[in-house]
Write a protein that binds this ligand. Structure first.
Ligand SMILES: Nc1ncnc2c1ncn2[C@@H]1O[C@H](COP(=O)(O)OP(=O)(O)O)[C@@H](O)[C@H]1O
Ligand SMILES: [Mg+2]
Length: 194
């Protein structure tokens, strides 16, 4: 991914608070890029803007986000949905809270795969087991409901779901902030290994 002069911010009463100003960055295949900065400096706005998820009053004002030969800022929502999960995926700070409380976690992992055309039950199950192993969750928890898992385990489920379709890029916005320090460290080490 290559970001060129990205500008994004929020429109408030006719004024614009520009949270992301002329950001350039490059992430090569196999590369990790970490962004650090104080609270409110624009990290989340950047993550939303680069993935086409910035909602009003947020707005991208300029710049380009090159990915897989296309400028993502030019794509409509439908085209973006097609790329999301398959080509790039996102894990947010509160991803663990967006799990559906009344659905087994395996079905939520299956959802992304089904939406992108994987229909074979056996393949879905085999991939889910593989993903759980990747994020260090015992496969027996595939049948669990979110409330039966700890916060750390639920965030691992969110990470597993983000990896389901082998995206080329995973954007993570403070994926471990909501967790206790020991779990944060473990999960960050796991992400590093992945
Ligand atoms: N929905 C919003 N409406 C207006 N301003 C916002 C909104 N979300 C974030 N901002 C502002 O944009 C700036 C960057 O915020 P954010 O990207 O969340 O920073 P970070 O993730 O680095 O903490 C902050 O000044 C924040 O107040
Ligand atoms: Mg943030």
């Amino acid at each position: 991914m290559r970001i060129e002069a990205l500008r994004a911010g929020y429109v408030k009463g006719g004024r614009v608070a520009m949270a992301v100003r002329d950001v350039d960055l490059d992430v090569a295949q196999g590369e990790f890029l970490g962004i650090a900065g104080e609270s409110g400096c624009g990290k989340s706005t950047l993550a939303f803007a680069m993935t086409g998820l910035l909602q009003p009053p947020g707005k991208v004002f300029g710049g380009k986000v090159w990915f897989a030969g296309t400028d993502l800022t030019r794509l409509d929502q439908r085209a973006l949905r097609h790329l999301r999960w398959q080509e790039f995926s996102i894990v947010f700070q509160a991803s663990m809270n967006v799990l559906n409380p009344v659905a087994r976690v395996k079905d939520q992992i299956f959802d992304a795969m089904i939406a992108h055309g994987v229909r074979d039950r056996r393949r879905l199950h085999a991939r889910a087991v593989e993903l759980f192993r990747l994020v260090n969750l015992p496969p027996r928890f595939l049948d669990a409901y979110p409330h039966q898992l700890s916060g750390g385990m639920r965030q691992r489920v969110a990470i597993a779901a983000a990896l389901a379709l082998e995206p080329r890029l995973v954007v993570m916005d403070e994926p471990t902030t909501a967790l206790d320090v020991v779990v944060q460290r473990t999960i960050l080490q796991e992400i590093d290994q992945l």
